[in-house]
Design a protein around this ligand. Structure first.
Ligand SMILES: [Zn+2]
Length: 287
């Protein structure tokens, strides 16, 4: 069922595991992630960036598709549809369209403006029973035009935003989006620890979860991370499996060109990646 992410993340933080946010791009992605969550009896968050929202013909189309799947596939684990790195206007559109959760990325605004805009959204989300994620300190890499330099957030600014009544907080701790470069310095656990000490029970969010070494993921969960965003890894595994199918000439054999056959290996690859992440994050059987 479609729920806000609030309760699943509070449980995760208290239980020392994390819920995965897996970004969706189309029907196959959505179906594979939902089926894997159900099979693993795990809560799950479907992430939708503004770019992916446009690609999938708008937020209303996505809500309709997800609600249809929940019913037709008999999905009973908690599922949230969450806007990823939303602009203020994007957040309002998703609230209107029936999303159950949103992220307002005000990290590029001066802290006062981030506070003002986040406060307004806190009110609206509380009325609608939706969950809200805020961001402090830009997270590096490139995601739909939002860029940064892998900075570390100021723990005091994190506390100021957390105190506004958001449900989860993303903070830059040296993490970046996309593929990690060879010379990446790693996560700043010092920053993460300082943030957790000031924000208490607030579930923390780790963006750019693709490619962070497993030991670092586990330590981050120990230090209060309760939501981890995965996007690039599903894209890479989907692309690799599809490439293998085409390079083996399977699309030229029989009806191998049928999109339902052509996309099947990529779908299986997404499922395997999602399951692997759920195991690592510890969310299996936590639905
Ligand atoms: Zn992100």
């Amino acid at each position: 069922m479609l729920v806000s992410a609030k309760e699943m993340l509070q449980k995760a933080k208290a239980g020392h595991y994390a819920v995965g946010q897996f970004n969706i791009n189309n029907l196959e992605w959505t179906k594979c992630i939902l089926l894997t969550a159900q099979e693993c009896n795990s809560p799950v968050i479907l992430g939708v960036s503004e770019g992916a929202g446009k690609y999938m013909c708008g937020y209303k189309t996505i809500v309709g598709m997800v609600n249809g799947m929940l019913e037709e596939l008999n999905i009973t684990v908690p599922v949230a549809i969450h806007l990823d790195h939303g602009s203020y206007e994007g957040c309002l559109k998703c609230i209107e369209a029936g999303f159950s959760s949103i992220m307002f990325d005000g990290s590029h605004y001066p802290i006062e403006e981030n506070v003002a805009k986040t406060s307004e959204l806190v009110k609206i989300c509380a009325e609608k029973g939706m969950s809200l994620e805020a961001e402090v300190g830009a997270i590096g890499g490139e995601e739909d035009g939002v860029t940064g330099k892998g900075e570390c957030a100021d723990p005091n600014e994190c506390k100021a935003i957390a105190d506004l009544g958001v449900d989860m907080l993303a903070a830059g701790i040296g993490n970046i989006h996309g593929k990690y470069p060879e010379n990446w310095a790693g996560l700043s656990f010092e920053t993460l620890d300082a943030i957790q000490q000031l924000t208490g029970d607030m579930p923390l969010v780790l963006h750019g979860g693709s490619g962070i070494p497993e030991e670092m993921i586990k330590e981050a969960i120990d230090l209060g991370v309760a939501k981890i965003n995965v996007n690039t890894e599903c894209q890479l595994s989907f692309a690799a499996a599809t490439r293998e199918y085409i390079e083996a000439g399977k699309d030229l054999q029989g009806k191998g060109y049928d999109p339902r056959k052509l996309l099947a290996p990529g779908c299986e690859a997404i499922k395997a990646t999602v399951k692997e992440k759920m195991e690592l994050f510890g969310s299996i059987n936590k639905a």
